[in-house]
Design a protein around this ligand. Structure first.
Ligand SMILES: Cc1cc2nc3c(=O)[nH]c(=O)nc-3n(C[C@H](O)[C@H](O)[C@H](O)COP(=O)(O)OP(=O)(O)OC[C@H]3O[C@@H](n4cnc5c(N)ncnc54)[C@H](O)[C@@H]3O)c2cc1C
Length: 442
């Protein structure tokens, strides 16, 4: 197929091409590239499309927030999402009883508040409904089932080349180009599964929390939850409430704080206190109140780190557990606490203190990680080690040559909102400097 007929075929069949090139009088990439470099012509076998606005990778809350902020400024963007829906983490990979961990005022996306009748901690269903309305309000229509497998800057064309596969169809790749690339693939893109001796041969069910929905299916069963972050603790509570017998492995030190203190959300109270007091004083206050409300957590096997909860969060990104009732179940003995696992054989799990127990199932609450280093060929903005921006918050949102990061701040949805506003403002400023703004809807 020659260039012209490929373009014509694309014009007829590709909704993205139609959106961007029929309505917005864009340029097909061959024509665009001809003007920039003699070497830049695409080969006939490549499906390569120039996108006039930013390309956003990921249709979670961060991708949606960036698209909305750009839209508000009259700039269209194109989102590629590997799954078949927006907010796939929330819709496909979280348990049924999940509510926002933080009060709603800290979780709103830019330009659209939560409905007034929403509770302080909206449920997952309510949060997803809000995101659906958000996408509809700003006319955001992601291109689903497209996994970005490679993105690199083309120094000849001065464009980001973003290659993707239709999800599950290895080998069939398409390529898009844009001068702006927004990474919004999340801190929770891939599950982390630790190496545990004997786990592969375990005779019962093994699942990551991303596959856990409800404790109902475990009624009467002995379940070992590995990991005591917010998800692990909440899964234990859910198992208890559904008449299962949960045990939890505490591999590390952990800060447990009640979700509410003195009639306020602990998070909100901390944010307010930080306006007036240094972080170590606020930490001291939080630990004193937590001690008064929960007692000495170390006595029940949950030792606290030597650094306070807020300081630890800012140093390492490790989030304190905001307890919604799990700790009371630990205290009452309904949830048993164990140190790390030594080995597993058959259904038997041996712990580091040499105790051992039989289990029917193991739930790995062992977290997630970013997948950016696997597909982004740029080592300046993002660290290879953890796939997060190298620069500390709030300076990690912008890289060189039109590269941006959204929602990878370890600051939850508040970080997302800040990133989204900054990215949209930055793109707007560039267009203004080129005399293309206002008035040009990309
Ligand atoms: C259980 C849980 C509860 C949380 N509760 C709160 C809370 O109460 N308040 C708060 O502020 N934060 C909370 N967070 C943290 C954070 O706000 C959420 O994880 C939020 O979903 C982050 O949004 P995101 O868009 O950055 O990432 P995600 O929601 O993970 O979205 C990223 C999207 O990118 C897609 N993607 C990934 N790789 C590719 C690729 N290569 N190509 C194409 N698409 C790709 C994914 O499929 C996904 O849809 C919570 C996190 C978890 C796990």
């Amino acid at each position: 197929m020659d260039h012209w007929s490929e373009s014509e075929g694309k014009r007829a069949h590709d909704p993205i091409f139609q959106t961007y090139f029929s309505q917005n009088c864009g340029q097909h990439v061959e024509d665009f590239c001809k003007g920039r470099s003699a070497d830049a012509a695409v080969t006939p076998s490549q499906r390569c499309t120039l996108v006039p606005g930013p390309i956003i990778v990921g249709a979670g809350p961060s991708g949606l927030a960036v698209a909305a902020c750009l839209k508000e400024k009259g700039v269209d963007s194109l989102i590629f999402e590997r799954s078949n829906c927006i907010a796939s983490l929330w819709q496909l990979k979280t348990y049924d009883r999940l509510s926002l961990h933080l009060p709603r005022q800290f979780c709103e996306l830019p330009l659209m508040p939560f409905p007034a009748d929403y509770p302080i901690y909206p449920s997952k269903k309510e949060f997803v409904a809000y995101l659906e309305k958000y996408a509809a309000r700003f006319g955001i229509c992601p291109t689903y089932n497209h996994t970005v497998v490679c993105a690199e800057y083309d120094v000849k064309r001065l464009l980001w080349r973003v290659r993707m596969q239709a999800t599950g169809r290895i080998g069939e790749e398409v390529e898009y180009m844009s001068r702006w690339l927004v990474v919004a693939t999340g801190e929770n893109a891939e599950v982390v599964q630790p190496e545990i001796g004997g786990l592969k041969e375990f005779k019962g069910t093994v699942m990551h929390t991303s596959a856990y929905k409800t404790g109902r299916v475990f009624a009467g069963k002995r379940v070992l939850v590995v990991g005591c972050g917010n998800s692990g603790m909440e899964v234990c509570l859910d198992l208890c409430n559904n008449n299962a017998h949960p045990h939890i492995v505490v591999r590390d030190t952990v800060h447990i704080l009640p979700r509410e203190m003195l009639g306020h959300s602990t998070f909100g109270l901390s944010m307010w206190l930080l306006k007036w007091l240094p972080v170590h004083v606020v930490d001291l206050f939080l630990l004193l109140v937590a001690r008064a409300m929960l007692g000495d957590t170390a006595r029940l096997g949950l030792k606290r780190p030597t650094v306070g909860p807020l300081e630890l969060k800012s140093l390492s990104g490790k989030t304190p557990v905001l307890d919604v009732g799990t700790f009371a179940k630990i205290r009452s003995g309904d949830i048993k606490v164990h140190p790390d696992i030594k080995r597993i054989s058959g259904r038997q799990v041996e712990f580091l203190d040499t105790s051992s127990e039989d289990f029917d199932a193991i739930v790995l609450a062992t977290g997630y990680r970013s997948n950016v280093p696997f597909w982004l060929k740029d080592r300046e903005l993002f660290s290879e080690k953890d796939g997060l921006p190298r620069k500390a918050f709030p300076n990690g949102w912008k890289g060189e040559r039109g590269l941006y990061s959204a929602g990878l701040t370890r600051r939850g949805l508040m970080g997302t909102s800040l990133d989204a506003r900054r990215i949209a403002h930055d793109v707007e400023q560039q267009l203004r400097a080129e005399g293309k703004y206002p008035g040009v809807l990309l």
